[in-house]
Design a protein around this ligand. Structure first.
Ligand SMILES: Nc1ncnc2c1ncn2[C@@H]1O[C@H](COP(=O)(O)OP(=O)(O)OP(=O)(O)O)[C@@H](O)[C@H]1O
Ligand SMILES: Cc1cn([C@H]2C[C@H](O)[C@@H](COP(=O)(O)O)O2)c(=O)[nH]c1=O
Length: 204
Protein backbone atom coordinates (compact mmCIF):
# COMPACT_ATOMS: atom_id res chain seq x y z
CA UNK A 1 0.00 0.00 0.00
CA UNK A 2 1.07 3.56 -0.70
CA UNK A 3 0.82 6.48 1.72
CA UNK A 4 -1.86 9.16 1.85
CA UNK A 5 -0.89 12.74 2.75
CA UNK A 6 -3.40 15.58 3.09
CA UNK A 7 -2.96 19.37 3.16
CA UNK A 8 -5.35 21.42 5.29
CA UNK A 9 -5.86 24.98 6.52
CA UNK A 10 -8.21 27.92 6.25
CA UNK A 11 -8.34 29.70 2.87
CA UNK A 12 -5.18 31.71 2.34
CA UNK A 13 -3.14 29.77 4.91
CA UNK A 14 -0.67 28.89 2.15
CA UNK A 15 -1.14 25.15 1.73
CA UNK A 16 -1.29 25.16 -2.10
CA UNK A 17 1.99 27.11 -2.20
CA UNK A 18 3.80 24.13 -0.67
CA UNK A 19 2.34 21.27 -2.69
CA UNK A 20 4.98 21.42 -5.44
CA UNK A 21 7.79 21.43 -2.85
CA UNK A 22 6.36 18.41 -1.01
CA UNK A 23 5.68 16.58 -4.31
CA UNK A 24 9.26 17.10 -5.49
CA UNK A 25 10.63 16.07 -2.09
CA UNK A 26 8.71 12.80 -2.17
CA UNK A 27 9.44 12.06 -5.83
CA UNK A 28 13.16 12.57 -5.14
CA UNK A 29 12.93 9.43 -2.98
CA UNK A 30 11.87 7.45 -6.04
CA UNK A 31 8.22 7.16 -5.03
CA UNK A 32 5.36 7.32 -7.58
CA UNK A 33 3.22 10.28 -6.52
CA UNK A 34 -0.34 11.29 -7.42
CA UNK A 35 -1.31 14.87 -6.58
CA UNK A 36 -4.98 15.79 -6.37
CA UNK A 37 -7.49 18.01 -4.60
CA UNK A 38 -10.93 18.24 -2.98
CA UNK A 39 -13.54 19.08 -3.78
CA UNK A 40 -12.56 17.81 -7.23
CA UNK A 41 -9.87 15.42 -8.37
CA UNK A 42 -12.07 13.68 -10.98
CA UNK A 43 -14.10 15.06 -13.93
CA UNK A 44 -17.34 14.64 -11.94
CA UNK A 45 -15.71 16.00 -8.77
CA UNK A 46 -14.58 19.13 -10.62
CA UNK A 47 -18.18 19.76 -11.72
CA UNK A 48 -19.33 19.36 -8.11
CA UNK A 49 -16.51 21.70 -7.03
CA UNK A 50 -17.79 24.39 -9.36
CA UNK A 51 -21.27 24.03 -7.82
CA UNK A 52 -20.24 24.07 -4.15
CA UNK A 53 -17.79 26.94 -4.56
CA UNK A 54 -20.25 29.20 -6.38
CA UNK A 55 -23.88 28.28 -5.57
CA UNK A 56 -25.75 29.09 -2.38
CA UNK A 57 -27.28 25.91 -0.92
CA UNK A 58 -28.50 24.26 2.27
CA UNK A 59 -25.68 23.33 4.64
CA UNK A 60 -26.46 19.61 4.41
CA UNK A 61 -26.58 19.75 0.60
CA UNK A 62 -23.13 21.32 0.72
CA UNK A 63 -21.81 18.58 3.02
CA UNK A 64 -23.37 15.81 0.91
CA UNK A 65 -21.82 17.24 -2.27
CA UNK A 66 -18.41 17.37 -0.57
CA UNK A 67 -18.76 13.71 0.34
CA UNK A 68 -20.14 12.81 -3.12
CA UNK A 69 -17.08 14.38 -4.70
CA UNK A 70 -14.92 12.50 -2.15
CA UNK A 71 -16.60 9.15 -2.88
CA UNK A 72 -15.77 9.53 -6.57
CA UNK A 73 -12.25 10.75 -5.77
CA UNK A 74 -11.56 7.72 -3.59
CA UNK A 75 -13.01 5.28 -6.15
CA UNK A 76 -11.31 6.76 -9.21
CA UNK A 77 -8.04 8.14 -7.89
CA UNK A 78 -7.06 7.55 -4.26
CA UNK A 79 -7.81 3.85 -3.74
CA UNK A 80 -6.34 2.62 -7.06
CA UNK A 81 -3.16 4.67 -6.50
CA UNK A 82 -2.66 3.45 -2.91
CA UNK A 83 -3.37 -0.14 -3.95
CA UNK A 84 -0.62 -0.08 -6.58
CA UNK A 85 1.82 1.37 -4.02
CA UNK A 86 1.78 5.00 -5.18
CA UNK A 87 1.66 7.86 -2.68
CA UNK A 88 -1.22 10.33 -2.86
CA UNK A 89 -1.23 14.00 -1.89
CA UNK A 90 -4.65 15.63 -1.60
CA UNK A 91 -5.16 19.37 -1.22
CA UNK A 92 -7.91 18.89 1.43
CA UNK A 93 -9.88 15.81 2.51
CA UNK A 94 -12.43 14.99 5.23
CA UNK A 95 -10.83 17.18 7.91
CA UNK A 96 -12.01 20.10 5.73
CA UNK A 97 -15.62 18.90 6.04
CA UNK A 98 -15.30 18.80 9.83
CA UNK A 99 -13.64 22.23 9.85
CA UNK A 100 -15.84 24.07 7.29
CA UNK A 101 -19.26 22.38 7.41
CA UNK A 102 -18.82 21.41 11.09
CA UNK A 103 -16.84 24.23 12.69
CA UNK A 104 -17.66 27.03 10.25
CA UNK A 105 -21.30 26.26 9.47
CA UNK A 106 -22.28 24.36 12.63
CA UNK A 107 -23.23 20.96 11.22
CA UNK A 108 -23.15 18.31 13.95
CA UNK A 109 -20.04 16.20 14.35
CA UNK A 110 -22.30 13.12 14.60
CA UNK A 111 -23.71 13.70 11.09
CA UNK A 112 -20.24 14.30 9.66
CA UNK A 113 -18.93 11.16 11.35
CA UNK A 114 -21.83 9.19 9.85
CA UNK A 115 -20.89 10.43 6.36
CA UNK A 116 -17.23 9.66 7.01
CA UNK A 117 -18.14 6.12 8.13
CA UNK A 118 -20.28 5.64 5.04
CA UNK A 119 -17.85 7.02 2.47
CA UNK A 120 -14.47 5.85 3.79
CA UNK A 121 -14.85 3.59 6.84
CA UNK A 122 -11.34 2.16 6.50
CA UNK A 123 -9.37 5.05 4.98
CA UNK A 124 -7.62 7.85 6.89
CA UNK A 125 -4.65 9.98 5.88
CA UNK A 126 -1.27 8.70 7.08
CA UNK A 127 -0.08 12.29 7.48
CA UNK A 128 -2.02 15.58 7.60
CA UNK A 129 -0.14 18.86 7.21
CA UNK A 130 -2.18 21.64 8.82
CA UNK A 131 -1.07 25.12 7.73
CA UNK A 132 -2.14 27.37 10.56
CA UNK A 133 -2.35 31.18 10.45
CA UNK A 134 -4.33 33.91 12.20
CA UNK A 135 -7.37 35.00 10.17
CA UNK A 136 -5.98 38.46 9.42
CA UNK A 137 -2.88 37.00 7.78
CA UNK A 138 -4.91 34.60 5.64
CA UNK A 139 -7.34 37.36 4.67
CA UNK A 140 -4.55 39.75 3.67
CA UNK A 141 -2.96 37.06 1.49
CA UNK A 142 -6.26 36.30 -0.26
CA UNK A 143 -7.21 39.93 -0.78
CA UNK A 144 -3.87 40.58 -2.39
CA UNK A 145 -4.13 37.81 -4.94
CA UNK A 146 -7.53 36.74 -6.23
CA UNK A 147 -11.25 37.06 -6.79
CA UNK A 148 -12.91 35.37 -3.80
CA UNK A 149 -15.17 32.30 -4.06
CA UNK A 150 -18.21 31.56 -1.83
CA UNK A 151 -16.15 30.24 1.09
CA UNK A 152 -13.45 32.89 0.82
CA UNK A 153 -16.13 35.59 1.16
CA UNK A 154 -17.21 34.28 4.59
CA UNK A 155 -16.80 36.54 7.62
CA UNK A 156 -14.14 36.41 10.34
CA UNK A 157 -16.40 34.42 12.73
CA UNK A 158 -16.72 31.63 10.18
CA UNK A 159 -12.95 31.35 9.76
CA UNK A 160 -12.33 31.60 13.50
CA UNK A 161 -14.63 28.59 14.01
CA UNK A 162 -13.10 26.74 11.05
CA UNK A 163 -9.57 27.30 12.32
CA UNK A 164 -10.57 26.27 15.86
CA UNK A 165 -12.07 23.01 14.57
CA UNK A 166 -8.89 22.24 12.60
CA UNK A 167 -6.81 22.80 15.74
CA UNK A 168 -9.22 20.69 17.79
CA UNK A 169 -8.83 17.82 15.34
CA UNK A 170 -5.05 18.21 15.33
CA UNK A 171 -5.11 17.79 19.11
CA UNK A 172 -7.50 14.82 18.79
CA UNK A 173 -5.34 12.99 16.22
CA UNK A 174 -1.75 13.96 17.09
CA UNK A 175 -0.30 10.82 15.49
CA UNK A 176 -1.21 11.96 11.96
CA UNK A 177 -1.42 15.78 12.23
CA UNK A 178 1.57 18.12 12.00
CA UNK A 179 0.70 21.78 12.61
CA UNK A 180 2.82 24.23 10.61
CA UNK A 181 3.13 27.86 11.64
CA UNK A 182 2.25 29.36 8.28
CA UNK A 183 3.07 32.93 9.33
CA UNK A 184 6.75 31.99 8.77
CA UNK A 185 8.53 32.67 5.49
CA UNK A 186 8.09 30.21 2.64
CA UNK A 187 11.76 29.17 3.04
CA UNK A 188 11.32 28.48 6.78
CA UNK A 189 8.18 26.46 6.11
CA UNK A 190 10.03 24.38 3.53
CA UNK A 191 12.69 23.55 6.14
CA UNK A 192 9.96 22.44 8.55
CA UNK A 193 8.25 20.38 5.83
CA UNK A 194 11.54 18.69 4.94
CA UNK A 195 12.06 17.73 8.60
CA UNK A 196 8.51 16.38 8.87
CA UNK A 197 8.88 14.36 5.66
CA UNK A 198 12.29 12.98 6.70
CA UNK A 199 10.70 11.81 9.96
CA UNK A 200 7.77 10.31 8.08
CA UNK A 201 10.07 8.41 5.69
CA UNK A 202 12.11 7.14 8.66
CA UNK A 203 8.92 5.69 10.21
CA UNK A 204 8.08 3.65 7.07
N1 LIG B 1 4.52 31.78 4.07
C1 LIG B 1 4.03 32.71 3.24
N2 LIG B 1 4.44 33.97 3.33
C2 LIG B 1 3.93 34.93 2.51
N3 LIG B 1 3.01 34.70 1.55
C3 LIG B 1 2.56 33.45 1.41
C4 LIG B 1 3.04 32.39 2.24
N4 LIG B 1 2.42 31.26 1.88
C5 LIG B 1 1.59 31.58 0.88
N5 LIG B 1 1.68 32.89 0.59
C6 LIG B 1 0.91 33.62 -0.44
O1 LIG B 1 -0.43 33.65 0.02
C7 LIG B 1 -1.35 33.48 -1.08
C8 LIG B 1 -2.29 32.32 -0.75
O2 LIG B 1 -1.52 31.12 -0.73
P1 LIG B 1 -2.14 29.72 -1.18
O3 LIG B 1 -2.89 29.86 -2.45
O4 LIG B 1 -1.04 28.72 -1.10
O5 LIG B 1 -3.17 29.51 0.01
P2 LIG B 1 -4.15 28.30 0.26
O6 LIG B 1 -4.06 28.00 1.70
O7 LIG B 1 -3.86 27.18 -0.65
O8 LIG B 1 -5.52 28.96 -0.05
P3 LIG B 1 -6.84 28.28 -0.63
O9 LIG B 1 -7.16 27.14 0.27
O10 LIG B 1 -7.88 29.34 -0.59
O11 LIG B 1 -6.51 27.83 -2.03
C9 LIG B 1 -0.48 33.27 -2.31
O12 LIG B 1 -0.36 34.49 -2.99
C10 LIG B 1 0.87 32.86 -1.76
O13 LIG B 1 1.94 33.25 -2.58
C1 LIG C 1 -12.86 19.45 0.82
C2 LIG C 1 -13.71 20.55 1.35
C3 LIG C 1 -13.48 21.86 0.99
N1 LIG C 1 -14.24 22.85 1.48
C4 LIG C 1 -13.98 24.25 1.06
C5 LIG C 1 -12.70 24.81 1.59
C6 LIG C 1 -12.27 25.80 0.54
O1 LIG C 1 -12.87 27.04 0.84
C7 LIG C 1 -12.88 25.25 -0.73
C8 LIG C 1 -11.85 24.59 -1.62
O2 LIG C 1 -11.01 25.56 -2.09
P1 LIG C 1 -9.39 25.45 -2.14
O3 LIG C 1 -9.00 26.84 -2.39
O4 LIG C 1 -9.08 24.55 -3.27
O5 LIG C 1 -8.88 24.91 -0.88
O6 LIG C 1 -13.84 24.27 -0.34
C9 LIG C 1 -15.26 22.57 2.36
O7 LIG C 1 -15.98 23.49 2.78
N2 LIG C 1 -15.49 21.29 2.74
C10 LIG C 1 -14.76 20.25 2.27
O8 LIG C 1 -14.99 19.07 2.65
Amino acid sequence: MGKFITFEGIDGAGKSTHIAFVSDYIKARGVELVSSREPGGTPLGEKLRDLVLHETMHLETEALLMFASRREHIAQVIAPALERGAWVISDRFTDASFAYQGGGRGMSVAKLEALEQWVHPALQPDLTLLFDVPLEVARARLDATRELDKFEQEKADFFAATRAEYLRRAAQFPQRFRVIDSTRSIADIQLRLAAILDGFFDEQ
